[in-house]
Design a protein around this ligand. Structure first.
Ligand code: 5RP
Length: 240
């Protein structure tokens, strides 16, 4: 994906627009990645400027560190009964508001927090909208570090071309949960729901980056502002 200055400006607009949805007293899921970071920074400004009082539920160690620096009070997902509003980025989103997430490696916690949220807001720049999932992004699959080679073989049998995710230094990428990620490409990703069920049936797979039925509001940033779209997307049965 080509990241342009225009995309960066669009991310800022999307982030600010979504941050304006946070109201006093809310429990807010704080996503991960560059767009989510901009949203967290905007919330930090609102805390400083207006004394906005809310609780954040971070979806990664990196987001928790950033939020803490900005003076945002935090709780773990297990310490809240639900999340009122979850705001997170995405790598791709299709016309049915199905998404691929996890380029930053935070997919497990991101999906857990999204699943307990009453309203899920996705913040993106326009190039993330694709006609079909898998257009540009692989599907990240978080798997057990122990036995990952065997899990990888099973994923290949499901039709994936696989790559173990590595750090820029060539080391195994280890998630916040201590697992590894296998990035999976499929020649035709026509039926994400069936693929999700297939991937989750493999022993050793903890979570996938397919986020289906988890976008209630899509905020698309543009060079000159942001558009909020209420999706009416079908709710996903995978959440508790
Ligand atoms: C991290 C994610 C991110 O939300 C996704 O990769 C989008 O990131 P960015 O806003 O930097 O483009 O899923 O696991």
């Amino acid at each position: 994906m080509v990241v342009t200055l225009e995309a960066d400006v669009a991310k800022v607009h999307a982030a600010r627009s979504a941050a304006s949805l946070v109201q006093p007293g809310m429990i807010v899921g704080l996503g991960s990645g560059s767009t989510a970071n901009l949203m967290v920074r905007r919330l930090g400004e609102r805390v400083a400027e207006e004394g906005l009082d809310f609780v954040g539920v971070p979806t990664s160690v990196a987001t928790a560190e950033l939020a803490r620096e900005l003076g945002i009070p935090l709780r773990d997902v297990d310490d809240v009964p639900h999340v009122d509003l979850n705001i997170d980025g995405a790598d791709e989103i299709d016309p049915e508001y199905r998404m691929i997430k996890g380029r930053g490696g935070a997919l497990l916690r991101e999906k857990l927090v999204a699943c307990v949220a009453r309203r899920r807001v996705t913040i993106i720049s326009p190039e993330k909208v694709v006609p079909r999932l898998g257009t540009d992004s692989p599907v990240p699959v978080e798997v057990s570090r122990l036995g990952w080679r065997h899990v990888e073989q099973r994923l290949r049998k499901l039709g994936a071309t696989t790559a173990l995710r590595r750090t820029p230094e060539g080391m195994m990428f280890i998630t916040d949960g201590g697992n590894v990620i296998i990035d999976c490409r499929f020649s035709a990703l026509a039926d994400p729901e069936t693929l999700e069920a297939g991937l989750k049936s493999v022993v050793g797979v903890f979570e996938t980056g397919l986020f289906l039925g988890l976008c209630d509001v899509l905020v698309v940033g543009r060079p000159d502002g942001a558009e909020q779209i209420v999706t009416h997307a079908r709710r996903w049965t995978g959440c508790a």
